[in-house]
Design a protein around this ligand. Sequence first.
Ligand code: CP
Ligand code: NVA
Length: 300
Amino acid sequence: MNPKLKRDFLRVADLTTEELSHLLAHAGAMKNERHHGAVRRPLEGRSVALIFEKPSTRTRVSFEVGAFELGAHPVVLSSRDMQLGRGESIADTARTLSRYVHAIVLRTAGHDRIEALAAAASVPVINALTDDHHPCQILADLMTVRERKGTLESLRYAWIGDANNVARSWVEAAERFGLALTVASPEGYGFHANELPPNVRQVVDPREAARGADVVITDVWASMGQEGDAVARRAAFAGYQVNRDLLVEANPDPLVLHCLPAHRGEEIDAALIDGSDTAVWDEAENRLHAQKALLEFLML
Ligand code: CP
Ligand code: NVA
């Protein structure tokens, strides 16, 4: 791979609106193909390293299966089992892996860590979640909204809860597509005003955010790495649960999204996840299709 042509996907804003639209359309086509049993292996003979420094179910399995289905060989690595876990630098790891594989996917804590990996790697680097961003999740979320609502742009969106990695990637998606997004977080858990584009509003009252929303999105109150703060967060976020009472404020038939894993009874009422009309399993499935489209886009 010519390093000058290398593209990374560390945050949603790394791709243009046109590129994101193309990915969503391609992911939809790949989903359709897969449901009809079609096989296409454009990445035959290539390999992709998947490094996890935090736990994962959906991201790990969807990338591993996705790479396999495209014909690529996935090398799944836990940093605990790598020299990386004994202190080898992220840059030296990037340089070494770039000699073997054609893309590197990393889930880690500090966003600076994946930026350092990308800076030293000569192959595309994909963010499988950092403390600041979860861009792959948002590809699947946008795909799910389009499937269920037939549009992205003419809807109103509400994020209820922590201004975390998933929320930040939603803010970047809102910026790219000009979406009307309102974020509701308790004082002290929101975004800095300078992080938000003009089309994203921030409020404290969850009912205000939910009012007139077509899509209501939430995530855990304590993300991976914040477990020690969970008790204080549970107190701060009381009243921010997405449940039928909150959804009374929303437009009819609101789409509820959650990236999973969920803490049922905390940020979301179990009835919303377990209901027959829930979209969260489609949302989880769409990780596979969206990431296959992304791998093909960055690796070919
Ligand atoms: N939504 C998501 O990224 O799930 P995992 O942590 O299981 O990968
Ligand atoms: N905000 C959550 C997302 C998990 C997929 C976390 O970082 O733990």
